[in-house]
Ligand binder design. Sequence first.
Ligand SMILES: Cc1cc2nc3c(=O)[nH]c(=O)nc-3n(C[C@H](O)[C@H](O)[C@H](O)COP(=O)(O)OP(=O)(O)OC[C@H]3O[C@@H](n4cnc5c(N)ncnc54)[C@H](O)[C@@H]3O)c2cc1C
Length: 466
Amino acid sequence: MPTTPKLSERPRILVVGGGYLGFYVAKNLQKKVKVHGGVVTLVDPLPYMTYQPFLPEVMSGSIEPRHITVPHSRHLRDTELLQGKVTKIDHASKTATVEGVDGVEFAVPYQDVVVAAGAITKTFPIPGLAQAGIGVKRVEEAIFLRDHVQERIQFADNTADEEARKRALRFIVVGGGFNGVETISELQDAARLAAERSNNITPADLDFQLVEAMPKIMPEIKAETAEWVVEHLRSRGINVRLQTSLGDATDKHLKLTSMANDDTKGQVIDEFDVDTLIWTAGVQANPMVRNTDFTVEPRGRLVVDASLHALDAEGKVIEGAWSAGDVAAVPDLSGKGLPDNTCVPNAQHAVRQAKRLAKNVYAARYGVGKVTDYKHEPLGAVAGLGYGKGVAKIIKFPLKGFLAWAAHRGYHGLAMPTWERKFRVFGGWFNQLISGRDVWGVRKVQTPHADFIEAATPKPKPAESK
Ligand SMILES: Cc1cc2nc3c(=O)[nH]c(=O)nc-3n(C[C@H](O)[C@H](O)[C@H](O)COP(=O)(O)OP(=O)(O)OC[C@H]3O[C@@H](n4cnc5c(N)ncnc54)[C@H](O)[C@@H]3O)c2cc1C
């Protein structure tokens, strides 16, 4: 019989989501709140946060998957941890509804709530996409892709069926933002190495294609640098298809449509079968915020002011309700944010917003310190394009190649939450310098029981010989 967890009776600060924002809010508040007799409670369906900027390096085998996750139970010792999904928040009664791991819903009362439920992959109604594609948002997806791409290369190396071989070696990434560019770069880099090590295929047999609807990739960087990235990817054999969109993916038969402003617009310009379709065309605020009594703006984000306080429909502060990160429309006081003057949804903001938010909640609840607006001048952006290759814009200065890659690793290695995790990531990279790159994929991770089932299934006895 499923039971609901026993909850602390202390006055509660409830943190909804233990990703980048929620993890740091809980970490910064847990001890201080305890001293005042309160409790910080964190609810997340997962028992760990994931450092998403490292997902592409997990796919290429440069980082061990486990190392990019931070276990809540190890690093949030003074936080009440609840594994489950918040399905509803009724701030009028200060109650959140949580669906626990066994599917049973229970109520969690709170004094203050911090909504930190992040974003989910944004898709469009493309026939067959849900069945054919995979996103890049979770470590499980990165592990699958690492193993799957290597497995497809090994399959292609061994098959005599020419059509199946071509399909196995065709890897399509839709979305030319940072995520898509890093994903295709890392995967292709690892795939080239695997192809070089195989018997019957060469890197030239690999068919990597990046599909982007706009005329430019990576909107965060200057046109000139973005063009350099396109040239760089093409020089490596990646087919960058600008002004092209995915129109259909039924049964893994892809139809690509022209988005160019000419006679071809809307027409199917290419079609083929694939085994691998990766979708990285954007994210959207977690739709759970629609099941709350907070204000949600047209793009689906929770409305907050610069102090990260949630606002009601009249723009007045809702006491005891806070939010930031990917799920919220946080005003960007630096004037360097999105066209609607809100912060770009990235980890650079989320970690800083978490620190400000924790101080503001503490000040508002316990009167220590004062509530202050969040303001951060963006430091730029760094992206890895495979081993030893990168592109970056640091403050105003563009960097390309090895230096940009070193900046990417240095920045993200240090930004990885907790020293214990930083050591693991840097340790792995150091190991790679000595032992070489490990792009190997592990087979049957998705079907680990298959061999045992075969072994344990009774077989008909061989007919007795006369
Ligand atoms: C592939 C990739 C690469 C990226 N690279 C960069 C980069 O190079 N630089 C950069 O600055 N940013 C990068 N980002 C963006 C960055 O990772 C996010 O902006 C950041 O993680 C946002 O933090 P968050 O806490 O708002 O959301 P998240 O970190 O996504 O955390 C949300 C949490 O909420 C939990 N949750 C979801 N639903 C519920 C629910 N109903 N109830 C309770 N909990 C829930 C989730 O399990 C998750 O733990 C990248 C993102 C991706 C996907």
